[in-house]
Design a protein around this ligand. Structure first.
Ligand SMILES: [Zn+2]
Length: 403
């Protein structure tokens, strides 16, 4: 196998992996030097021999652990948007009359092209399951797209309701339609019977080897406590498969002792929490004027307690968020602004790369050991520059020097 060198590259330490053998200059969350490739894979680093005029950063393809490709790009044809969560649900429900196979395929394909253009290699999309056990047409269309595309890995999560999952037979029928490697999900919002439904979801996930993903407590009522119920059940059942909880908005209104207790349970149950700033900022805290409550979950407190905190784009141009982008760096930028995720930014980069992949049951890509096609290069001097608008390209475009 040939050994080659790429001159003067910065690698974020948070996504490097084991740094032994990487003898560059460290600073601002990066290690910089000449990268050694062995057999096409990143194997080490030596101090830079020449310096580029325009610095570059090498990092893994991005991951979005939470979006809705069945709903995206519908905002321009919707009436009654610009309200709260309940009004958004109703507006999106009315739009389903337009959801022919062709319509879903056109919009979701656009979403996937946008993800590819933003450097994303792995995405989880939720799919509204409807009211029965039968998979909706969007499920079939998105599974076809997942099969067809070789430039992006698309994982699906069935988005069900407690009304469906509280019924054991229906829970079983729904789970049967989900292939291994994909997720069983539910919208948990304090509905009647939600505890039974969560238990049934865990049972189905265990018997069919499915991942779990809950939209949970998406509101500013502190009585919403689905997050703790999910953690309690996961601990009680000693569940070992990946569990993701998105939103966790009401956590932001709980007292410090309660937050500490819930965060400890989430950490012990290894439940990842996905912060979804765009949709929360748009729908939460509506008061007829300028919002005061931001509605984003407690990223800092969860992170400090050892909970894996992720970031997702959630809704893009639909009833829940009439703007947005299929771009994980945009989610991180919004997270920085809405939750004060201050520099150094390297500790939040795993939220849209390695940690997100692990929470989706995929092996994380660290730069060390990775092949160039699994990496990206940004024209950027530092992580702030990387996050806000650097031009990205496949790492295969970097020129190599043969030793
Ligand atoms: Zn969502």
């Amino acid at each position: 196998m040939s050994v080659t060198t790429i001159r003067d590259v910065g690698i974020p330490l948070a996504v490097l992996g084991n740094k032994s053998g990487f003898k560059g200059v460290e600073g601002n969350g990066l290690v910089r030097g000449d990268v050694i490739l062995d057999g096409g894979c990143v194997a080490g680093m030596v101090p830079a021999t020449v310096h580029r005029d325009q610095p570059v950063i090498l990092f893994p393809k991005l991951v979005d652990p939470h979006c809705h490709l069945d709903k995206c790009h519908t905002a321009d044809r919707l009436d009654g948007i610009g309200g709260n969560l309940t009004e958004a649900i109703e507006a999106q429900r009315r739009d389903k009359d337009n959801w022919t196979g062709n319509d879903i395929r056109t919009r979701a394909s656009r979403g996937l092209r946008e993800y590819h253009a933003s450097g994303t290699g792995l995405v989880r999309s939720h799919v509204d399951w409807g009211d029965t056990a039968t998979p909706p047409s969007a499920w079939h269309v998105l599974r076809e797209l997942a099969e067809e595309r070789d430039d992006i890995t698309l994982q699906l999560a069935a988005l069900t309701s407690p009304l469906q999952m509280a019924e054991p037979e229906m829970a079983s029928d729904i789970a049967k339609a989900i292939p291994e490697g994909h997720a069983l999900g539910m919208f948990v919002f304090g509905q009647q019977g939600y505890e039974t439904a969560i238990r049934n979801a865990f049972e189905q996930a265990q018997s069919r080897n499915l991942l779990l993903d809950f939209h949970v407590d998406e509101g500013l009522d502190p009585a919403l406590n689905g997050l703790e119920v999910i953690a309690d059940i996961a601990l009680e059942l000693n569940h070992s498969g990946p569990i993701m909880c998105g939103h966790a908005v009401s956590l932001s209104l709980r007292d410090q002792t309660t937050v500490g207790r819930i965060a400890d349970k989430l950490a012990r149950a290894e439940i990842a929490v996905t912060m979804l700033p765009s949709t929360n900022l748009y729908l939460q805290g509506r008061n007829g004027g300028t919002p005061k409550d931001r509605g984003v979950t407690l990223a800092h407190e969860l992170h400090r307690a050892g909970v894996r905190v992720l970031l997702g784009n959630d809704n893009v141009r639909d009833a829940f968020c009439p703007v947005g982008r299929h771009d994980p760096l945009f989610a991180l930028e919004l997270g920085i602004l809405s939750a004060h995720l201050d520099p150094p930014f390297d500790r939040w980069l795993p939220s849209i790369t390695t940690d997100a992949a692990q929470a989706m049951g995929h092996a994380p890509t660290y730069v060390r050991g990775a092949a160039l096609p699994d990496l990206l290069v940004a024209q950027a001097s530092d992580l702030s520059n990387l996050i806000c608008g650097a031009s990205l390209a496949p790492a295969t475009q970097l020129s190599e020097v043969t030793q």
